[in-house]
Ligand binder design. Structure first.
Ligand SMILES: [Zn+2]
Length: 397
């Protein structure tokens, strides 16, 4: 049992809900109709727990440290760090820091990439509790350093075992088309077709990467078409970035119900360019927000929301309410948790974040205006913006 009293801003199925004299109550980890008996909190706005739809656990210690283009960044900095993550002691240290980092950032649910070794799936799916996590170990079997290459059949067999053991929380994670053989991608497609699991990968982040895929798959119309060919598109699939796509690609993503994990802070860090959000939305593509740590500089989804408002200003119609929706309900839907979280309504998980609003929500001020003020007031010091974090009604911060 528990509860809170403070202004509430939350997405609903179709819109946005703001209540200045808001109240939340919960029992057994779930929100219940408010009884008004909760603890009052001053100068905050209650929002649903933040959801990160694309984040790399093994890259946490090298986050935001290198500003190069995608492919050299991967080869020179990321792959060596992911190889270190294969060592147990190192992995345990990073995993515990990552978990603390998510909580400090107000992120209560995430879709997480492990590293290219099978047991990293346990770090992702077991060691980040009580946060709501889905994800898996990274699959790659070509065009990568020897120590990160996985045996194709062995990787697919382990994935089947993880899918058996973790059920729908396991997410097939082929890194991206350049490092995955046709056999590996086809194997992922077959697992996806018969198992209730998700899939996550990267798509069209950078032009050199797009050119590389065209070279590797001259018989396919486009990068998106490579994934489509292997049966990897669908409502349980989440594609990171999706910056350089044509209309046909966007239509394919929309028609299949696939998700795009949009990572504006990461795109700035690696100079990947602006994802043309207005085209994605016009085509009806599902979009959620994400940090993409370690290319993204930190785990703050508030920072991602601020960046989202900044980069699309003048090009696409964006609002703080939409940023909040993409960082909560949309992320929950992308990861397959949409019926359980992402909204502050009775019946959903009591995952709640109290965002500090300097001076409190003003008289006559809308929830959206207060949220915008908070996002821009705390630039660079986002941990200060989080006044409280609850997961299933348990206070973690
Ligand atoms: Zn990524």
């Amino acid at each position: 049992m528990g509860g809170l009293r403070a202004p509430i801003l939350s997405p609903t199925g179709a819109g946005l809900f703001f209540e200045r004299d808001g109240a939340l109550s919960w029992a057994d980890g779930l929100l219940v109709p408010p009884d008004g008996a909760g603890e009052p909190m001053a100068d905050v706005l209650l929002i649903p727990g933040l959801v990160d739809a694309h984040v790399h656990l093994p890259q946490y210690r090298v986050r935001g440290r290198f500003q190069e283009a995608l492919l050299p960044w991967l080869r020179e900095h990321i792959w060596p760090e992911e190889a270190r993550f294969g060592e147990r002691a190192y992995r345990e240290g990073v995993t515990s820091e990552f978990r603390d980092g998510l909580i400090a950032a107000g992120t209560t649910a995430a879709l997480v990439y492990g590293a290219p070794s099978a047991d990293t799936a346990h770090a992702v799916l077991r060691d980040l509790a009580p946060l709501c996590i889905r994800g898996g170990d990274v699959l790659m079997d070509r065009n990568s350093p020897e120590d990160l290459l996985r045996d194709t059949e062995d990787a697919l067999e382990t994935s089947r075992q993880h899918a058996e053991g973790y059920g729908e929380r396991y997410v097939l994670t082929p890194r991206f088309a350049p490092t995955c053989s046709p056999r590996l991608m086809a194997g992922c497609g077959s697992i996806l077709a018969v198992r209730d699991v998700g899939l996550q990968t990267h798509l069209a982040e950078n032009l050199d990467e797009v050119a590389w895929v065209a070279e590797l798959h001259p018989d396919r119309r486009s990068y998106t078409d490579v994934y489509a060919h292997f049966g990897l598109l669908g409502p349980r699939s989440v594609f990171g970035h999706c910056i350089h796509l044509d209309d046909q690609d966007l239509q394919q993503l929309a028609d299949s119900g696939s998700w795009v994990a949009h990572c504006p802070t990461s795109n700035i860090a690696l100079g990947s360019g602006r994802m043309p959000l207005e085209r994605h939305l016009a085509a009806g593509v599902n979009v959620a927000l994400a940090t993409d740590v370690g290319a993204g500089p930190d785990l703050s989804m508030l920072d991602v929301m601020r960046s989202f408002l900044e980069v699309h200003e003048g090009a696409a119609e964006v609002s703080p309410g939409q940023a909040l929706r993409l960082a909560t309900l949309a992320g929950a839907r992308a990861m397959g948790e949409g019926s359980q979280r992402g909204v502050l309504l009775p019946g959903r998980a009591a995952d709640v974040v109290a965002v500090r609003i300097p001076g409190g929500v003003g008289r006559g001020e809308s929830g959206e205006a207060a949220l915008r003020r908070a996002l821009f007031a705390f630039e660079g010091r986002y941990e200060e913006a989080i006044a409280g974090v609850w997961v299933a009604g348990e206070r973690l911060r």
